[in-house]
Each structure stands twice: as C-alpha cells, then as structure tokens.
Ligand binder design. Sequence first.
Ligand code: ASP
Length: 346
Amino acid sequence: MPVNRRRFIQGSTGLSAIGAIGFMQNRYCLAAKKKESSAVPDLDTPLFIATWPFGKASCEAAVKVTRQGGSMVDAIEQGIWVTEADVKNASVGIGGIPNAAGQVELDACIMTGPDHNAGSVGGIQDVLHPISVARMVMEKTPHVMLVGDGAKQFAIDNGVSPTQLLTDNQQKRWQDWKKQQSAEKPKIDEDHHDTIAMLGLDSKGDLYGGCSTSGWGYKIPGRIGDSPIIGSGLYVDNKVGAAGATGLGENVMRHCGSFLVVEMMRHGATPTEACQQAIQRIAELDPKNLDNLDINFIALNKQGVYGAAGTSQGFKYSMADPRQSKVLTAKALSEKSIGPEGGNRK
Ligand code: ASP
C-alpha cells in the first residue's frame, strides 16, 4: 500500500498513543508528545534525509535517480556519490582528511530494509566511491564487512579503478599538522571530521540507508569509526525506521548509537525524540559529559516523519522529496556550539 497522507495521519495517531505510554514509562522523555517541530512531514515519496547541509545535493540527486527509473538502492548509492566526488568536501571521498600517515582511509556502509541486508567497507584506500564497494559487498558476497587491503583488492577485482584521493590542499594541511605535532604524543584532530549518512523511504513504505566518510582527521592508521559499523553509524529496521550518525565515532560506536535511536522509535518516540533520548542515554553512560560527546543523529520512521538531534548547537541536516529540498536545524541538547572548524560544518 503506498504511503500517503491518510496513512501518515493514521500512523501519527498510533505513534502518539504508544508514545503516551512510553512517556509514562521512559524517564528519558524530554517533553510531552507533540508533532515534530523540526520538520513538516511531506508524504511525497521518495523521501530522503541526510546529515549536514552538504547532504542536500545528495538527497536531490537521490530523488532524481528514482525519477529516472533507478531503484532505492541506486538512489542511496548515487546520491552519496555526489558528496564523495566533491573535492571541496573535506570529510567524505576525494578531498577527505587523511590519517596521521597522510593516507586517506575511507569508511562506508549501505543497508536495505525489505531484506534486512547490509554491506560495509572500513579503512579502504584509493577508492573514490566506497559506498559502491559497500554495495558490492552486500550484493556479491556472503559477508557484511571488508576492511583495508582486502576491501581494496575486492574493489579492484570487481572492476573499480584506483583513484588518488589525497588532494594538494589536504596534503598541505596534513604537512602543516605534522610539523606541529610532537614526536612523542601526536594529537588526533577532533575538530576535523564529518560524514554523510543518508536515509530514504519509498512509496511502499520501505526504508534504506547509506553512510560514507573519511573519518576522524589524522586518525591513527587503521582506525575505523562508527560509520561503516551496522548499528552504530547506520541502522535500518523496515518495521520501524532508520537512523544515521555523524560526529565523534568513538562516542557512537561504544553505544550502538543508530540501533539505539531505532529502538527508541520502536518504543514510541518520534524521530527527533528518539535522537534526543539516545544522546541522553549515551551521556548518562559515557565518562565524557554531554558537552564533550560531539555526536549527532538523524532519523526517519516508516510513516515518513523525520527529525534529528545533536549534542551541541549547530548540527544541520537536509531533506529532499519530489516537491522540495531544504536544510533544517536539529534539536541541540546543550548550549555549547559545534566545533568551529569541523570538516564541513558550515
Ligand atoms: N563519525 C565519523 C567518524 O568518527 C566522523 C563524523 O561523522 O564526523 O569517523
């Protein structure tokens, strides 16, 4: 049955009723149930949301792919291509921030709701579109995740041509960074990172997601973040909803962040509430306090309601459907502003 406005209204009403029970039971609830204020649900499908303002072009491209007859998996993959191929984007694909050894190592994953399938690559070098290699892992192998040289060789064996990813600009920045580091204790740059996580809902009410990043700037070679880890950087549950993460991956992956967001939705939270509740739960368990976690989530439920929340002020996310596209500001849980120099946070 196509997702339409009537079904959305029915879905919302159902959620409110469940949510009311959740509110009584769940001490993480922040406020009485109400409709999402951060987004006006629009049931024109397909609907895509993505992290950060740079995700808008990817969401628009994804809508276009479906209009031209592409599948939702094509749309997620090719939508993310746009960000991966943008040399000006300093945290995804070509032009991404290198590791401490000056090598660009990329992480990506993809997930499909109807068959609950997933594919992922971690720490892959010299590949322009890690999202496509993640898709190949999902579709062509019995595995979920390949990493490092094995992932690169798999990509080459499947027809991918190696690409030089380190741009002159990033090489210069890395050299400057290196000069400033003491030999004994190199500092990993916490302010240089960002990810595209993209979620999509089609007219059948099926959910899809993908994620791609160069990860934490000047990370220790071999470090893999939350982004390619199913349940951390991305999770899709076709019965409930989907969620994606961006921010300091270590603070997401120790808590299975995106899975947690989806579970909050399962228990009745709206997408924005689910993101807020997951962050609060993480803050409660994590030795770092809320101000220092630097994590953000986006979420989309099966009824087409979407939302987002971040630890700090300034996290933005994007949406597109066949009628419109826009950038929205997420709920912030603390007064602190997001890092000034975060990879692409403007
Ligand atoms: N989560 C990514 C990582 O830790 C980076 C980011 O989204 O800012 O690799």
